[in-house]
Design a protein around this ligand. Sequence first.
Ligand code: UDP
Length: 234
Amino acid sequence: MYKRVLLKLSGEALSSKDHAFDPQVLRKLAQEIKEVHDTGVELAIVVGGGNFIRGKVCEEMGLERTQADNMGMLATVINALAVQNALEQIGVPTRVQTAISMNKVAEPYILRKCLRHLEKGRVVIFGAGTGNPYFSTDTTAALRASEIKADVILMAKNGVDGVYSADPKIVSDAVKYEKLTYLELINKNLHVMDVTATSMCMDNNVDLIVFNMNKEGNILKAVKGEVDGTTISK
Ligand code: UDP
């Protein structure tokens, strides 16, 4: 069982068909996270913002990229607060730390403070990505996991239970990989996360588990190293 994990949740993980974020989805997710927290594992979470805004998509629609990315980072803060609220409603102690200072709603990201929270059993939720445009929250996960020296990044995917040779929804004989190296991921052009995030994980020797978060109990299984997914390492 891992001791300190970083869970990456995309913005879509909080959404449903009709709502950008859905309180019912959040409640279910929070319950699963509580089960993980109850085991005593130290847990940090990076949330995405793709359920609201993706900088690159906005750029294609004519927005200036830096501005669009700033909007995207603010979207991740909305999600971070939503996850915090759902967790605190069921008694899980949390702190939100943001890479862009906004003292009235959350703490600024300070590594030492973050480590103290983790040691005290608080779930730390990172908002505002890296605080820089042109990055993603996958890269944020790689960066924060390196900084807090997490044992592993748990990359929770919506409805996909690992990394496949091709999109299993389109290619019927797509093969699922149990284990991969980061180099294989790049060479095979497998789209798990962007290249910046991939190289960051590779350079800093951070392991990653890709798994399906829609299967009940899977987050806990992933923490125990028992989930049916794909493990990627250096
Ligand atoms: N973003 C950014 N810098 C970061 C992290 C995120 O500019 O360090 C912006 C970027 O526009 C991105 C958006 O925030 O598209 C939402 O994050 P992401 O797309 O990674 O969310 P996810 O796909 O995980 O929901």
